[in-house]
Design a protein around this ligand. Structure first.
Ligand code: GBH
Length: 486
């Protein structure tokens, strides 16, 4: 590599949380251990044929439930400052509500204490998609307003048990992803009579209510807490400079980040595009609900992986309407991740892999993206990149260990992404931390073990599940160390 000149005007602030992230269902395994109740994902993986790649399950996955001490030791050995994990709701409350499972409390207590012993800041997400199956079966999970109280009670148990040592909380991970997962496959889950296209929006409504109440509860129970939620999406670039494509970009913002961020940071209510779409079937938020939603976050946390092009559908809105889809809905804001002549040469990554076609290394868009988040929603609040990461193309997974461990595309992603954060910082965007997804290869939802995001390789064929650092972990470390304020 050519030697780079250090840019003396760049630095990561002293208290910048340079960290890594994971999520309960993707890394823990031990799905039947110590009183855990099932979640919807256990059913999706076990019962729905081909729902997960090669019908993989997360029954064992990384076995992090038992290997967390060594996992924390291995990240601490590289100087990692923060570990963002999620708590499994159906471990804490096997039925989603009612009895609390003390073994699960003991488990997360020990995980948190281990972080603290190693000087790693623990950051907890309450919900990363693993809805307790009992709640889905009883009332349809997030489709029902009943989940609001149950989520808040679950949050109360977690704050009471862990809030003396955990200051950083996220309520929900990426609601536009898990809400768009509704309807769940009808054969295996009760069909809750709400029309399919409306289901994501019922889910979203209850997420905003549950999040906002859990936020206020946490603020009242803990004195030093920082509580947020994790947004997702990516920088949206108009494919051409036509006004139709500009409108498509706006629709795309409105139905991803804006669906949540406009209520939480701007108005307490949906943006006009979402409102117009949902007004036929959803009750409006009451004034009291709006007041609770507005301002219910101490930071703007974004899982910001990539960028995308958006463009109006062929034939424009008229064609969308003719196809009887609502012109406001994102179906009328087409998204492409494909290489485009104006993209400045995004490096082909797993986008060439059918299992991760959404992911390009588009780090040149990170500074404008962070500015957009600041100008549009965060304003004076801190911004965190609460997940970012890259999967090497699928072909490499099947090749030799030395190829897997030397992961140049992921390495260059982390290198360039860290530079992009430095640029944004130097331009006055208050980025307080970044959390790399992920510290180990893990169960990548529908892509199961077919797509690997880890900065550590895990040999899933070896019952000991050994971890091996990949080159990208060291790249991530040096990209931080060089610019860390001493
Ligand atoms: C994160 O989501 C998740 O929080 C984490 O659990 C996951 O492991 C990680 O990303 C890596 O994927 O295939 O075109 O339908 C990132 C946001 C939203 C990106 C859904 C992929 C599917 C796009 N993800 N999206 S597409």
């Amino acid at each position: 590599y050519p030697t780079e000149q250090k840019n003396e005007s760049w630095s990561f602030p002293k208290d910048f949380w340079w960290g890594v992230a994971g999520a309960a269902w993707q890394v823990e395994g031990a799905v039947k251990a110590e009183g855990r109740g099932p979640s919807v994902w256990d059913v999706l993986a076990h019962r729905v044929t081909n729902f997960a790649y090669e019908n993989g399950t997360a029954d064992i996955s990384d076995n992090h439930y038992y290997m967390y001490k060594q996992d924390i030791a291995r990240i601490a050995a590289l100087g990692v400052k923060a570990y963002s994990f999620s708590i499994s709701w159906s471990r804490i409350m096997p039925f989603g509500r009612g009895p609390v499972n003390q073994l699960a409390i003991d488990h997360y207590n020990d995980l948190i204490n281990t972080c603290l012993e190693y000087g790693v800041i623990p950051m907890a997400t309450l919900y990363h998609w693993d809805t307790p199956l009992a709640l889905q079966d009883t009332y349809g999970g997030w489709l029902s307003e009943n989940i609001v109280n149950d989520f808040v009670e679950y949050a109360r148990v977690c704050y009471a048990a862990f809030g003396d040592r955990v200051d950083h909380w996220f309520t929900v991970n990426e609601p536009s992803v898990f809400c768009n997962q509704y309807p769940l496959p009808a054969m295996y889950f009760k069909n809750f009579t709400i029309p399919n296209i409306q289901q994501p929006f019922y889910c979203g409504h209850h997420v905003l209510l549950a999040h906002s109440q859990a936020y206020h509860l946490g603020t009242s129970m803990m004195s030093n807490s920082t509580i947020g939620w994790k947004s997702n999406g990516g920088y949206k670039v108009p494919l051409t400079n036509s006004s139709e494509d500009a409108e498509a970009v706006q629709r795309a913002w409105d139905f991803t980040e804006g669906w949540w961020s406009d209520p939480i940071y701007l108005t307490g209510d949906y943006n006009d595009n979402v409102k117009a779409f949902v007004s036929d079937f959803l009750p409006p938020f009451s004034d009291q609900q709006k007041t609770a939603i507005l301002g219910s976050a101490d930071l703007y946390a974004h899982d910001a992986y990539t960028a995308q092009f958006n463009y109006a559908p062929d034939g424009g809105i008229a064609a969308c309407v003719a196809n009887s889809s609502n012109p406001l809905y994102p179906a009328c804001a087409n998204t492409t991740f494909t290489y485009s002549p104006q993209d400045g040469g995004w490096l082909i990554g797993p986008a060439s892999d059918p299992l991760a076609s959404w992911l390009y290394k588009a780090t040149e868009w990170v500074p404008p993206f962070l500015h957009y988040i600041k100008d549009t929603w965060a304003k004076d609040l801190p911004i965190a990149v609460s997940e970012f990461g890259f999967a090497e193309p699928f072909e490499r997974q099947k090749s030799y260990l030395q190829d897997i461990l030397f992961d140049p595309i992921r390495s260059s992603y982390y290198h360039d992404y860290m530079r992009a954060i430095l640029i944004a910082l130097s331009e006055g965007v208050n980025v307080v931390g970044c959390l790399a997804w992920s510290f180990v290869d893990n169960f990548e939802w529908a892509s199961a073990y077919g797509v690997r995001f880890g900065m550590q390789y895990v040999n899933f064929s070896d019952p000991e599940l050994p971890r091996y650092y990949k080159a990208s972990f060291f790249e991530y470390k040096s990209a931080f160390d060089i610019y860390q304020e001493k």
